[in-house]
Design a protein around this ligand. Structure first.
Ligand code: MSP
Length: 476
């Protein structure tokens, strides 16, 4: 048991679109890690939420013919529901339209302004609405944003600038020393070369033409830039009121911020610069997992290939959906997924794997009237498994569990206890296997909480009885 505090976050998701499999991936991975840390005795705070201001959302609300607040309330509720459906165990759900969040942002920015880190300027540049970011020519491919395939707009306006450049050397030093860790290595190297080749310019922190945002407290003709508003969720979500140099809960600094590579650079530049300006500690680690493609294509409404968490659950159930997301791709790599791949994994790993093993062994124990007294299981005793999760290799942790399933299957095939006549011989084979299944149940808890509890419950009885099927085979 480790008894450390552990603070983990997902990005706060934009409410311009409904939750899809990409958001679900981040939330499930973060949930798995949060559950693992709770199980090893850590005091965990797990935060997720929604990012609700800015031009992009203002525009979506207009398209939908709705007041922005009504519009964001609707989609934020859908995110909440999706995470309940997926059994996400977040400790708080922060919305950037929460009054307490808005007040904290105003307080923090006032401090930064008074300190001289925010100054009035004029910004000219190319702006991508999809990213809600200014772009340099180098960021573009054939003049277009590589993520949104759109030509950024020329923008020039009066704006308050954040003196990000002031903090470049300090952040770079902390990345290099490992105090501020960026993972995987490939992403860290990209960020390091960004610092070395391009460096940090000051960044526009307010908008004149965007009404749907938090008013700049000393100049209400401007609203706060959506990313400046968004980053501080990681503190306001803990109850922070915007005070510089402290005032936050014991959970800060975050142990890890999860996200995908689309937003790692802003998390490695603007976010630490804001924290340094506010005299607060930097997060310990930011981790970027890969981007999902669906059957080789980018997910998009126009292609009609968007997979929602509800679609997944309808086909596989909650536990299996969680499993498939985490087993499909090495965490950190980009991945190509789709129903064909998921169906195959579902049958091989779950229906024919752990599900079948638990059913066969529990059935044999019941029909042979074999009583067991299995030992309690501490997941931290499974060193390789625990190490895999600690280095965020969820897929590898699952490979270890699956290898245990295969070894038990193999042992059954070799020894054929159903052909044995002596009860003690049958017990000699089945009891150790039952112990392994109980261990597997414990190891699956962070991944598939409900199925794992069913295994643990069934295999903790003195007289184990035939377990209900955990994963029905898919009918084609
Ligand atoms: N609102 C910002 C984040 C602010 S955090 C201070 C934002 N929101 S988002 O809704 O666009 O979510 C981006 C995140 O969703 C990604 O970083 C990733 O965690 C997840 N994903 C969205 N699409 C994804 C894939 N296709 N594949 C994997 N993850 C994806 O950016």
């Amino acid at each position: 048991m480790s008894n450390n505090k552990f603070y983990i976050t997902t990005p706060i998701y934009y409410v311009n679109a409904k939750p899809h499999i990409g958001h679900t991936y981040t939330s499930v991975a973060a949930d798995c890690l949060a559950r693992f840390h709770r199980l090893i005795g850590d005091e965990v705070f797990f935060l997720t939420g929604t990012d609700e201001h800015g031009a992009k959302i203002e525009e979506k609300a207009r398209e939908a013919g709705m007041e922005p607040k009504i519009f964001v309330d609707g989609i934020a509720a859908q995110f909440k529901e999706a995470w309940q459906l997926m059994n996400i165990s977040n400790d708080n759900f922060i919305r950037t339209t929460d009054e307490s969040h808005k007040a904290a942002i105003q307080k923090a920015l006032t401090f930064m302004h008074e300190k001289g880190d925010i100054y009035l300027g004029e910004y000219k540049g190319l702006y991508c609405r999809g990213c809600e970011q200014f772009k340099s020519e180098k960021d573009l491919v054939d003049g277009r944003c590589p993520d949104h395939k759109t030509v950024p707009e020329e923008m020039s306006e009066k704006t308050y600038m954040f003196k990000m450049s002031k903090y470049a050397d300090e952040i770079l030093a902390r990345i290099e020393s490992g105090e501020f860790e960026i993972l995987p290595m490939e992403r860290r190297n990209e960020i390091l070369s960004f610092y070395k080749n391009e460096g940090l310019n000051d960044v526009s922190f307010s908008r004149e033409n965007v009404k749907w945002g938090i008013p700049v407290p000393w100049d209400e003709s401007q609203t706060v830039y959506v990313w400046a508003d968004a980053f501080l969720n990681y503190l306001t979500g803990l109850g922070w009121d915007g005070a510089a140099n402290g005032g936050h809960s014991k959970f800060w600094p975050a142990d890890v911020h999860f996200m995908s590579r689309d937003i790692i650079r802003v998390h490695a530049t603007i976010w630490p610069a804001m924290l340094l300006s506010l005299g607060l500690e930097l997060p310990k680690k930011i981790f970027s997992h890969g981007f999902f493609m669906i059957d080789g294509q980018k997910m998009s409404k126009s292609l009609g290939n968007v997979i929602s968490p509800q679609d997944l659950v309808a086909r596989y159930g909650v536990d299996a959906s969680r499993y498939l997301l985490l087993a499909a791709v090495p965490f950190g790599n980009d991945g190509d997924i789709g129903y064909a791949k998921f169906d195959e994994m579902y049958n091989a790993h779950l229906a024919n794997g752990i599900g079948n093993l638990a059913a066969r062994v529990s059935n044999l124990l019941e029909t042979n009237g074999i009583e067991t007294e299995l030992a309690e299981v501490e997941i931290s005793d499974f060193k390789e498994y625990a190490a895999a999760i600690e280095r965020l290799s969820f897929d590898e942790a699952l490979k270890i569990v699956n290898a245990m399933v295969s070894a038990a299957d193999m042992r059954l095939t070799e020894t054929k206890p159903w052909k044995m006549t002596e009860k003690s011989d049958v017990a000699g084979v089945l009891v150790p296997i039952a112990q392994n299944i109980l261990s597997i149940g414990y190891l699956l808890r962070p991944f598939m909480p409900e199925a794992a509890e069913k295994i643990i419950k069934a295999f903790s009885e003195k007289q184990i009885r035939k377990i209900e099927p955990l994963f029905l085979r898919l009918v084609k």
